[in-house]
Write a protein that binds this ligand. Structure first.
Ligand code: F0G
Length: 471
């Protein structure tokens, strides 16, 4: 598909830039303290490299901005809507397309229309808002990741897969009648950005058809999954990413998509459906809560950027260079002595903070500690995925059940940072890895009852080994 030297550069050059701030070490220390030692509370103008999320943080293209100027803001039946709808229909093959302002709005509308209280929604891994929206619909989210996902270091190509044997056991067992939906997340953001194979999707489709259970995709990173399929699943090595993505959508009964990722835009989402009745129910909910069915909470200019972004995101040259850029960052980080979930995915790298900081016990939040140190030393912001986010706490905010792993996610915004930025990130991490014992643990000062990681406030523990770590 691509010819020329093995290392092709990204298929774009930079036309518009934005300055990034460089604070002094004292300013960073003060900023983090004022933020309650929670990077979510930092102001963007206090951050040098922001790897908190790949969602809505990408750069748009000149073609997208040109299209945006054509945005038709008519309340109903805007030209921009038809452009968007036709592009999505062509990509996904679904006859019914509903626009929403972002992924979680689609989740709320779909689940409240499809799931009944008491039912089970099975996934490879539910993203946190997906999990919350299944619960809000009165149903039970259940994760069945494949067993290979538990080994962070192995090179298994498709650790994002759902566990087919476990899925079949639930479908044929006493709870089988309660399964209201199987939702496969591509790629698996909750578990290391790992891809799902087409063979796995085919098998899920077969099981769901046999048991008359709807099968949907949470397809926020459908193009990146397609690229990894092309690279790692031999039967698809000569398919284009777009053909693979279309095939994946074809296998499912519908999809819910946050377009803030592979839509290459700041905002947007969609629900794709085959079923007429489900479409009618979702459409009524959409009109009541998001907006009329030809804009769904989006402006005409957003729909235009999306229609163009969906074309650009499946460009093999773009996907190849993005995957290679993430892989190079992973290599630099690994060479510096910091382990990441293997093999590297595309939209994020997951640092194994538990292994890097063995002097910190889970209740001292090694992942959070590493995230704070990256900010203190280099102005880098990222997100913890460990016991602070996933652990079970008692009423005094003491950790009762640690998370299985203490990870930190470095999310990679699309078309935003160059290899020079990533060399900087790797060098900050390398310095931490030379003296890991200087990283201090944290304790919770106050915490909200729900979605703790967003608003929790913490304070650093005194330097030196603590009782918990010695035990
Ligand atoms: N599904 C997946 C797999 C996601 O990663 C996200 C968002 C959503 C659904 C929700 O979409 O944000 O548009 O409402 N993930 C972001 C992240 C926030 O940083 O991983 P949304």
């Amino acid at each position: 598909m691509l010819t020329g030297p093995a290392k092709l550069p990204p298929p774009y050059r930079i036309k518009v830039v934005e300055p990034i701030p460089f604070l002094s070490a004292d300013e960073r220390r003060l900023a983090l303290a004022e933020a309650g030692h929670n990077p979510f509370n930092l102001r963007a103008d206090q951050i040098t490299i922001d790897l908190l999320s790949d969602s809505g943080t990408g750069a748009t293209s000149a073609a997208q901005e040109a299209a945006a100027a054509l945005g038709d803001e008519s309340y109903a039946g805007a030209r921009s809507w038809f452009r968007f709808r036709d592009e999505v229909r062509d990509l996904t093959g679904y006859p019914h397309i509903l626009p929403v302002h972002q992924g979680r709005a689609g989740e709320r509308i779909l689940f409240s229309s499809l799931l009944k209280p008491g039912q089970i929604c099975i996934s490879n891994t539910h993203f946190d808002t997906t999990h919350a929206n299944v619960k809000l619909a009165g149903a039970e989210p259940r994760d069945l990741p494949c067993p290979e996902a538990a080994d962070l270091d192995s090179d298994e190509p498709f650790k994002g897969n759902i566990d087919l044997a476990a899925l079949e056991r639930v479908l044929t067992g006493p709870e089988g009648h309660r399964v209201g939906l199987v939702l496969v997340t591509i790629t698996n953001n909750g578990l290391g950005a790992q891809p799902v194979s087409m063979a796995n999707l085919e098998a899920v489709r077969e099981l769901c058809q046999r048991h008359a259970v709807p099968f949907f995709l949470d397809a926020a990173r459908f193009a990146e999954n397609a690229w990894l399929v092309r690279e790692r699943e031999p039967a698809y090595s000569d398919w284009t990413p777009r053909q693979i993505a279309t095939r994946a959508f074809q296998l499912a009964d519908g999809c819910v998509v946050s377009l803030k990722k592979d839509g290459l835009t700041a905002i947007g989402g969609l629900i794709g459906l085959r079923d007429d009745e489900l479409h009618a129910t979702c459409e009524a909910n959409l009109i009541a809560t998001e907006g009329f069915s030809t804009y769904g909470g989006l402006a005409g200019h957003d729909l235009e950027r999306l229609a163009q972004g969906l074309k650009e995101v499946v460009d093999p040259a773009y996907l190849q260079s993005r995957a290679a850029s993430t892989a190079r960052l992973a290599q630099m980080i690994n060479d510096a002595g910091v382990d990441t979930i293997q093999p590297p995915g595309i939209h994020a790298l997951y640092l194994n903070a538990g292994r890097l900081l063995p002097h910190l016990a889970p209740h001292e939040f090694p992942g959070h500690s590493l995230g704070c140190q990256l900010y203190l030393d280099g102005g880098i912001r990222c997100a913890e995925l460990g016991s602070l986010y996933l652990g079970g706490m008692d009423d005094e905010h003491r950790l009762v059940t640690p998370a299985p792993f203490e990870l930190v996610r470095l999310a990679i915004p699309r078309r935003v940072y160059t290899d020079a930025h990533f060399e900087y990130v790797a060098s900050v991490l390398a310095d931490i890895a030379k003296e890991p014992e200087r990283v201090r643990g944290y304790r919770i000062v106050s915490s909200p009852p729900l979605l703790r990681h967003f608003k929790v406030r913490l304070e650093p523990l005194a330097a030196g080994p603590t009782a918990g770590a010695v035990a």
